[in-house]
Design a protein around this ligand. Structure first.
Ligand code: ADP
Ligand code: MG
Length: 607
């Protein structure tokens, strides 16, 4: 299968993702190297792209290009004022298209975007250890044909074949597997570095359609940073009234400080900061409180909520008709942003996948599917392999069957097989085979302090509970005494999709053998119990049965013992059934029945 990766070509950051054996994930060694700032800078030795270029925004502003996505497929007229703040020079080329002038040369936005795509591609190749030729590339839902075509061209220049252009909100919804869910409406709220958009998707028969989109191409996390910068300036000026901050270096230092204050305040209610402005020969420090930050961004957040109202009315939908809300973009990490979204939509949004990565991950899944991959990696909400415990003779008793949707709780009651057993080992396994030696051990615990009782008398309820995040809690309670114990495990930790598939295949392959082996064990146990029962009721037998009948029983016991040594479960069953027929008159006797019926108790736990 030739890999098709997913690429989120963002205004601020770009990254790629694919479906690994363990499931979909961003491609890259660590978060740092997996995310490429969408910035490039021209140097004597060619383009620098990503983090290195980011550093040059201060030192070489006229050689450094960012927010190139805004220029894709646009002409000067369409761009209007929106690019007047960009420090690099934008010139008009033929057919009104724009180019970026760097030094002596003019570059199309496609060529510049291609440099970013190429960097993302190379990083993916390095991390995957294979060549990458095809990709699914995402674009905002509001991109028109010219903008989409420009994106395709950029990929072509970067040596990538575009398998599909996918809308960013659609990719995000796919990342959450919503395309597999029931038909309805999904709202995708995307607040990135420099842009905001809200899209309403309609899901019908696994296909998403964008029914309405609205937003602001000049609103994002950068504006949050800018608001913090203004506050910092005011604070500095209170102490140093003559201070001026117009030089790019000072502005950049304050902007960096502001962004880290913002990110820190996503985690804690206050943060201290300090920075130095070499140009002004001053250093400054202080504390920023989340309340201050929240009041700074409140009008901007309100503007995004206004957009949400607008898009709903455009789509002619009421709030109640929205089934799911998905968050996208680094700025949706801000708790106040989340709070406002939740209170507007009246439901908690999907946030389980990092909003930074969710678009790339959705694109990676889409690429995986287009390449012919299967969508069974979503272990998120399904238990792929059965979960259960070891029972007598090394058999595996499944409590939760494979392919069950979580959260789930199942229980089963077991008993002991030895008199006066005061503790029970609960050995937890997962697998699809009949014997625990072919399954994977997950954990074990002991249920202690059971008062001495006859074998078969204790009632041990074993409860398996898997919560929504896949964590398994196993508890056991002896009902007559109320003794209880439990353990928590993560069943699929470290188990790759590949391994799961192998386990499933194994279980099909060995199904017949396993079944025979399990039955052998079970029938041997049954035989032992019947022997015990006969032994205990032999007095009754001798009194109620004829001499011939008694001899027949003894002969049949020998026959069963013979079969028990063999490997044929069906033969053993046959002999057991014959013994059953011979002892039926005995079992019908009142006293005999009370003992034999107890011995009939199904599965018993190991001591
Ligand atoms: P884009 O789609 O425009 O490329 P991203 O989704 O990458 O943008 O978001 C980038 C923005 O997210 C930046 O403004 C960055 O400061 C902001 N951001 C990243 N992490 C956090 C965080 N933990 N708290 C608040 N903002 C964050
Ligand atoms: Mg984005």
């Amino acid at each position: 299968m030739e890999r098709i990766i997913g690429i989120d070509l963002g205004t601020t950051n770009s990254l790629s993702a694919t479906v690994f054996e363990q499931g979909p994930e961003v491609i890259g060694v660590e978060d740092d190297s997996s995310i490429t700032p969408s910035v490039l800078s021209w140097t004597a030795s060619g383009w620098l792209v990503g983090q290195d270029a980011q550093e040059r925004r201060i030192s070489h502003p006229e050689y450094t290009v960012y927010s190139i996505k805004r220029l894709m497929g646009r002409n000067l007229e369409e761009l209007g004022d929106s690019v007047k703040d960009l420090p690099y020079q934008i010139v008009e080329a033929q057919r009104q298209l724009v180019k970026v002038r760097i030094g002596e040369r003019d570059y199309t936005p496609q060529e510049l975007s291609a440099e970013i795509l190429n960097k993302v591609k190379m990083q993916a190749e390095k991390a995957l250890g294979e060549l990458v030729k095809k990709a699914v590339v995402t674009v905002p839902a509001y991109f028109d044909d010219a903008q989409r075509q420009a994106t395709r061209d950029a990929a072509k220049i970067a040596g990538l074949e575009v398998s599909r252009i996918v809308n960013e909100p659609t990719a995000a919804a796919i990342a959450y597997g919503l395309d597999e869910g029931k038909d309805g409406y999904v709202a995708v709220y995307d607040l990135g570095g420099g842009t905001f958009d809200i899209s309403i998707l309609e899901l019908s028969g696994k296909i998403f359609k964008v029914v309405a989109t609205h937003g602001n191409t000049q609103l994002g996390g950068d504006d949050f940073d800018q608001a913090v910068v203004e506050t910092l300036k005011d604070r500095v000026q209170l102490k140093h009234p003559a201070a001026e901050f117009d030089d790019p270096e000072s502005l950049q230092i304050m902007k960096k400080t502001a962004e880290s204050i913002k990110i820190e305040l996503s985690l804690s209610p206050e943060t201290s900061y300090s920075f130095e402005l070499p140009k002004l020969e001053l250093s400054f420090e202080g504390v920023f409180y989340v309340e201050e930050f929240e009041s700074l961004i409140a009008p901007m957040v309100e503007q995004t909520i206004e957009s949400c109202r607008h898009v709903l009315s455009e789509a002619k939908l009421s709030l109640e008709q929205i089934d799911e809300v998905v968050l996208v973009g680094g700025s949706t990490v801000v708790p106040e942003v989340r709070k406002q979204i939740e209170s507007f939509f009246g439901r908690p949004p999907h946030v389980a996948i990092d909003p930074y990565k969710v678009v790339a991950i959705g694109a990676g899944i889409q690429g995986h599917l287009l390449a012919g991959g299967r969508r069974d990696f979503l272990l998120l909400d399904v238990i792929p392999l059965a979960l259960g415990i070891e029972t007598l003779g090394g058999t595996f008793s499944k409590i939760i069957t494979g392919n069950t949707t979580v959260p789930i709780e199942e229980s089963e009651t077991f008993t002991t097989n030895v008199d006066d057993q005061t503790s029970i080992d609960v050995n937890i396994f997962q697998g699809e085979r009949e014997l625990i030696k072919d399954c994977r051990a997950l954990g074990q615990f002991k249920l202690k302090g059971i008062p001495p009782m006859k074998a078969g008398y204790p009632l041990v309820e074993v409860i398996f509970r898997v919560d929504a995040s896949g964590i398994l809690t196993v508890s056991a309670i002896e009902k007559r005494s109320g003794k209880k114990a439990e353990i928590e495990v993560i069943p699929f930790h470290g188990l790759t999709q590949f391994e799961i598939e192998r386990i499933m295949e194994d279980s099909f392959e060995h199904a017949v053998d396993d079944f025979n082996e399990r039955q052998l064990i079970e029938f041997r146990q049954t035989a032992e119990r019947i022997f015990l029962g006969i032994e205990q009721t032999w007095d009754v037998a001798e009194n109620t049965l004829s001499k011939l009948e008694c001899t027949e029983i003894l002969k049949q016991i020998d026959a069963v013992r013979q079969s028990m040594k063999g490997q044929d479960s069906q033969e053993l069953k046959l002999q057991l059934d014959m013994l059953g027929d011979l002892t039926r008159p005995l079992a019908d006797n009142a006293m005999g029945r009370s003992i034999l019926s107890e011995l009939k108790d199904g599965v018993q736990l190991n001591g």
